[in-house]
Design a protein around this ligand. Structure first.
Ligand code: AP5
Length: 225
């Protein structure tokens, strides 16, 4: 199954992505995670990406699209994938369709190359609360915590692997506000793009994590038929 998660910063895309990808048995591909891994390893891509992430701007398409093209050509993505954080604008959405066409995917009804685009809807006040308390594991385990909503039982260490927890450099309030502006101006238009293709499902993303996972899995299973 080919699925994209969309929603503002802090909507819970990363949190839900792991559950949904595991339910579908497809790889989870997060462009944000790929950029952060490159930044922490100090690669040339990381050096270029860092200034955009720290300012709350999108990394330019010419750096981003090739990463996704390469990743989707890996054998584990041949049977489907979950994309978290890509596409981020209409140009990236069009490129994604082209990548899938180049990979031999046949479009379905509405010329859609994806099976479902899950739009996680949450208001800006909730986003600020979620992001200001977010902590991530410094190891590559991908575990996400929140100081109030889902605290690690091991204090400032990851419950799962013992890695150090840290706060993202782009989670400062002024950068979060910029990211919200960028989302509204550049990313929100992809919602109409996918609505026109007939693959958009919007779910209310406020409430308990587990309840939202159930909503997401119900939507995904309905799209699977
Ligand atoms: P990216 O890493 O994709 O960040 P984002 O889209 O801004 O989303 P977040 O990771 O902030 O939030 P999330 O929705 O995953 O929420 P989470 O599950 O962590 O992108 C970062 C940057 O990389 C961009 O600004 C850009 O610079 C660059 N970039 C990435 N992709 C790009 C692209 N395609 N093109 C160009 N540039 C790109 O949850 C947040 C917090 O809330 C956590 O603490 C969690 O525990 C908590 N939480 C989750 N669900 C709930 C719930 N139901 N109730 C209470 N708390 C909850």
């Amino acid at each position: 199954m080919r699925i994209v998660l969309v929603g503002p910063p802090g909507a819970g895309k990363g949190t839900q992505a792991s559950f949904i990808a595991s339910h579908l048995d497809v790889p989870k591909i997060s462009t944000g995670d790929i950029f952060r891994a490159n930044i922490s390893q100090g690669t040339p891509l990381g050096v270029k990406a860092k200034e955009y992430l720290d300012a709350g701007h999108l990394v330019p398409d010419e750096l981003t699209i090739d990463i996704v093209r390469d990743r989707l050509s890996q054998p584990d993505a041949a049977g489907g994938f979950l994309l978290d954080g890509f596409p981020r604008n209409v140009a990236q959405a069009e490129e994604l369709d082209q990548i899938l066409a180049d990979n031999g995917v046949q479009p379905g009804a509405g010329k859609a190359y994806l099976d479902i685009v899950l739009d996680l809807e949450v208001d800006n006040d909730e986003v600020i609360k979620r992001i200001s308390g977010r902590r991530l594991c410094r190891n590559d385990s991908g575990h996400i915590f929140h100081v109030d909503y889902s605290p690690s039982q091991s204090g400032d260490r990851c419950d799962v692997c013992g890695g150090e927890l840290y706060q993202r450099s782009d989670d400062k309030e002024d950068v979060v506000r910029k990211r919200l502006e960028v989302y509204a101006a550049e990313t929100a238009p992809i919602i109409d793009y996918y609505r026109e293709q007939g693959v958009l499902t919007t779910i209310e993303a406020a409430g308990e994590v587990q309840v939202i996972t159930e909503r997401a899995i119900t939507a995904v299973d309905a799209a699977r038929g």
